[in-house]
Design a protein around this ligand. Structure first.
Ligand code: M6R
Length: 363
């Protein structure tokens, strides 16, 4: 049931404030973590590194969450594509925590990666949206997104739910390891609780997003750029646009442009720049200006009040201010909507992109 929405993808995008609110209030009420889904202090003290392994959008959720885990727990986090990890030389032993993320909980490569981790005696934790899925049943601990069924092939609400769960998992771990003080913890919680209404605010202002979609619909190829957590959102936005709109799109670290890709840029090029991090957004805004000087059309996603970014870009979509580490959960919303409206403008069946299936159960 599309609940009055034209497509499942749009319905699922609009469900995100409710999904995130539910996850955060469960945490605040001490109902999120228990011994089935989180490790004890003693177990955590024995972990010296974390691997996060997944495919596609679920991997991007892990890569966004890596920043929070490292910041709050001080444990180094490596991330890898499941189909690579399962055949790579990786450094897994009984002191490794392997976190696997999968909406469906059935993805073949993610399951293969998990089996490799179990063989090497790693501790394992899964984040899935299907409670009795194979992956959820195979890990030592399993966290459940509770986002409701995701029908659209392009994943949206599962992604933000996965990111929210990693934020909270990192806080739970940091609390047990005493790597965070009470004051910081409560100020982060205050900011987390504000996220659902901030997502709502983005969802209510789609005019600029529709203008961008309209400019993208004719293009064959485009680029996404960002730095730090914004690079991960750029990867996710780029994947979403590819799968829903069939536009070739490449995500790049903004600082890498000058090392080769800049040679492609001319007045027919289009770039989406994500620039929300307080220590990095000025640098990306400078890259935007350099692109504009070559005639490139640049659409940006930035934090409310960023006049420099706005001045340098053709269009800017603003997200409300939040903590740098929490911004990926907001930044992805305009990206999801850009993908949706571009697909719509091209007349593509957005819920069923060609050649893709919801759950990839073969390698
Ligand atoms: O069910 P999973 O989360 O394991 O699926 C992983 C990917 O196949 C999935 O996220 C895919 O990239 C989506 N279609 C992206 O929107």
């Amino acid at each position: 049931d599309k609940n009055g929405f034209e497509h499942f993808m749009l319905k699922e995008i609009f469900e995100q404030p409710g999904v995130i609110k539910n996850i955060i209030s469960n945490y605040a009420d001490n109902k999120l973590f228990n011994s089935n889904n989180s490790f004890s202090k003693e177990e955590l003290q024995n972990i010296d590194k974390i691997y996060i392994v997944a495919c596609g959008t679920a991997l991007h959720a892990g890569q966004s969450g890596k920043f929070a885990i490292e910041k709050f727990t001080k444990i180094p986090v490596l991330t890898d594509i499941a189909s690579e990890f399962r055949y790579n030389n990786s450094f897994i032993d009984e002191k490794t925590l392997l976190i696997v993320i999968s909406q469906s909980g059935e993805t073949a490569d993610t399951l293969g990666a998990l089996e490799k981790g179990i063989k090497a005696k790693a501790k394992t934790l899964s984040i899935t949206n299907v409670e009795d899925s194979t992956i959820a049943k195979t890990t030592d601990k399993s966290l459940y997104c509770n986002a409701g069924p995701e029908v659209s092939i392009a994943s949206t609400k599962a992604y933000t739910a996965q990111v929210a769960l990693i934020y909270l998992l990192s806080l739970d771990m940091a609390k047990k390891l005493k790597t965070i003080d009470d004051e910081d913890l409560s100020s982060i919680l205050i900011e987390l609780k504000k996220l659902p209404e901030k997502i709502e605010e983005i969802l209510q202002n789609v005019d600029t997003i529709k203008n961008i979609a309209n400019e993208l619909k004719e293009c064959q190829s485009m680029f996404y750029i960002g730095r730090g957590p914004d690079l991960i959102t750029a990867k996710e936005g780029s994947l979403k646009l590819k799968e829903t709109s069939y536009i070739h799109s490449e995500p790049f670290a903004a600082g890498e442009l000058k090392h080769g890709t800049m040679a492609l840029m001319d007045s027919s090029s289009k770039v989406i720049a994500v620039a929300t991090q307080s220590n990095l957004s000025k640098k990306t805004a400078t890259n935007v200006l350099e692109l504009r000087e070559k005639g490139v059309s640049v659409y940006s996603v930035g934090v409310e009040g960023d006049v420099l970014l706005e001045k340098n870009s053709n269009y800017t979509v603003f997200i409300p201010e939040t903590l740098d580490v929490l911004s990926p959960i907001l930044t992805v919303i305009p990206e999801q909507l850009i993908a949706y409206y571009t697909s719509l403008a091209k007349g593509i069946d957005v819920d069923h992109p060609r050649n893709l299936t919801k759950s990839v159960i073969s390698e």
